[in-house]
Design a protein around this ligand. Structure first.
Ligand SMILES: CC(C)(COP(=O)(O)OP(=O)(O)OC[C@H]1O[C@@H](n2cnc3c(N)ncnc32)[C@H](O)[C@@H]1OP(=O)(O)O)[C@@H](O)C(=O)NCCC(=O)NCCS
Length: 152
C-alpha cells in the first residue's frame, strides 16, 4: 500500500476543503446524491479526518459527537485508491482518537450494500432499512450488540 498519513483537520482548512471536494466527487458525481444534501450543519461542528497518499487527499470521514454516541459519517475514498485498506485505516484512526478523548460508543448509517465493510470493523446493523440521499441505508453501532435487531 502507498504510505498513508491520517490527520484530523479544522473545518474549512485547505486540507478540509480538499476533503469536501473529494466528497462531492464521490457522493454527488459518482453516487448521485443531491448536492444540497451533501453538506449540512454538522460540517461546522464535526471533526474531519483526511487520508493523504502521494501528496493528495484521497480519503475522508467526519465524526459528530452526540450525547448518546459518536457518529461516523461521509466515509469516502477516491476511486483509484480503493481496496488498499484506506477506509479501514481512517476509521480505526478516528475511533482511536475519539476513544482517547473518552468516547466508547460509535454509530453510523451505512449504505445497505456496505454493511459487510462495517461489520469487519465491529459494527452490527439494527432497525429498519430507510432511504437517505436516494439510497437504502441501515443504522449500525458497535455497542449494545446483543440487543441489535434488524427490522424488515
Ligand atoms: C466504501 C469505501 C469507503 C471503502 O473504502 P476502501 O478504502 O476501498 O476500503 P478498505 O480497502 O479499507 O476495505 C476494508 C475491508 O472492507 C472490505 N470492503 C470494502 N468495500 C466493501 C463493500 N462495499 N462491501 C463489503 N466489504 C467491503 C474490503 O474488502 C476490506 O476487507 P479486508 O480487510 O478483509 O481486506 C469506498 O469504496 C468508497 O469511498 N465508496 C464510495 C463512498 C461510500 O459508499 N461510502 C460509504 C457510505 S456508507
Amino acid at each position: 500500500m502507498n504510505a498513508l498519513t491520517i490527520l484530523p483537520v479544522p473545518a474549512f482548512s485547505t486540507l478540509c476543503n480538499a476533503a469536501f471536494t473529494l466528497r462531492r466527487e464521490v457522493f454527488v458525481w459518482e453516487q448521485k446524491v443531491p448536492e444540497e444534501e451533501e453538506h449540512d450543519g454538522d460540517d461546522l461542528t464535526a471533526t474531519h479526518f483526511v487520508a493523504i497518499a502521494q501528496g493528495e487527499v484521497v480519503g475522508t470521514l467526519r465524526l459528530i459527537k452526540r450525547p448518546e454516541h459518536t457518529k461516523i459519517g461521509r466515509v469516502a475514498v477516491r476511486g483509484s485508491f480503493r481496496g488498499q485498506g484506506i477506509a479501514r485505516s481512517m476509521i480505526e484512526a478516528a475511533m482511536l482518537q475519539a476513544r482517547a478523548a473518552g468516547e466508547q460508543r460509535f454509530y453510523l448509517t451505512a449504505q445497505s450494500d456496505k454493511l459487510g465493510f462495517y461489520e469487519k470493523l465491529g459494527f452490527v446493523a439494527f432497525g429498519p432499512e430507510f432511504m437517505d440521499g436516494g439510497m437504502p441505508h441501515r443504522a449500525m453501532r458497535d455497542y449494545d450488540k446483543d440487543s441489535a435487531v434488524l427490522i424488515d
